[in-house]
Design a binder for this molecule. Structure first.
Ligand SMILES: Cc1cc2nc3c(=O)[nH]c(=O)nc-3n(C[C@H](O)[C@H](O)[C@H](O)COP(=O)(O)OP(=O)(O)OC[C@H]3O[C@@H](n4cnc5c(N)ncnc54)[C@H](O)[C@@H]3O)c2cc1C
Length: 187
């Protein structure tokens, strides 16, 4: 633990880290930014996830019809055009609880972060996640607050079986309420 504490410097701290910049991760990040929560968004590939493979999406948010690529670009701009949000190109490969109840999170390019809460918005290829956190089908086990078996680690999007943008928006509301209720962000 001592070693890990030494690696993390003050500039490498966030209230919340969102893993994955697909639809779910970008919407979660927008909501965090609007609530003035210091948030890091990590994406191992191009932001957009599954959206980038979708030619036309109908009746989503204010759009009657939009390509997945355009929607992705618009959401990414909204998510990152906020002083409380920082975006990183990087693959999260590890996180573990520290003595102080926060999490140490690492990426494959050797950056280390200390965070109060984590929102997993990645896809089902989650080989870095503790096995006990997953069901047999690869989805995360979550409770009614979308919290995993680890405190302050949440799941959202396809990784918990959300199928539509409405499902994702509902999950975001629940997670934000829970974060605010836990007083975690004021510490
Ligand atoms: C054909 C099709 C049509 C659909 N049509 C609709 C529709 O009309 N309306 C609607 O609301 N929904 C629709 N959906 C569902 C919707 O697209 C999905 O719910 C949503 O896009 C899933 O988003 P996600 O963010 O959960 O996952 P993804 O889009 O898969 O995003 C996950 C992201 O996490 C990143 N990632 C993974 N692991 C890591 C890591 N370790 N570190 C950093 N980044 C990582 C990945 O690179 C990826 O970018 C459709 C889905 C499909 C397949």
């Amino acid at each position: 633990m001592g070693l890990e504490r030494n690696i993390v410097v003050d500039s490498h701290k966030f209230d919340v880290v969102v893993i994955g910049a697909g639809l779910a991760g970008m919407l979660m990040t927008i909501a965090c930014g609007q609530n003035k929560i210091e948030t890091g968004l990590f994406e191992k590939d191009v932001p957009g996830g599954i959206l980038l493979k979708m030619d036309k999406i109908q009746n989503i948010f204010d759009h009657r019809e939009i390509t997945g690529k355009d929607l992705s670009y618009s959401l990414f701009k909204q998510a990152t055009n906020n002083q409380y949000v920082k975006y990183f190109y990087g693959c999260v490969c590890f996180f573990q609880c520290l003595d102080n109840g926060r999490y140490l999170l690492a990426t494959t390019n050797n950056s280390f972060w200390e965070v109060k809460a984590i929102v997993i918005a990645a896809n089902l290829e989650s080989d870095y996640l503790p096995k006990g956190m997953l069901k047999n089908n690869g989805q995360l086990i979550v409770n009614e607050n979308n919290e995993t078996i680890w405190k302050n680690v949440y799941g959202i999007g396809q990784v918990i079986g959300n199928k539509t943008s409405e499902d994702i928006l509902r999950a975001i509301t629940v997670i934000l309420k829970n974060l605010q209720k836990s007083n975690l962000l004021n510490k």
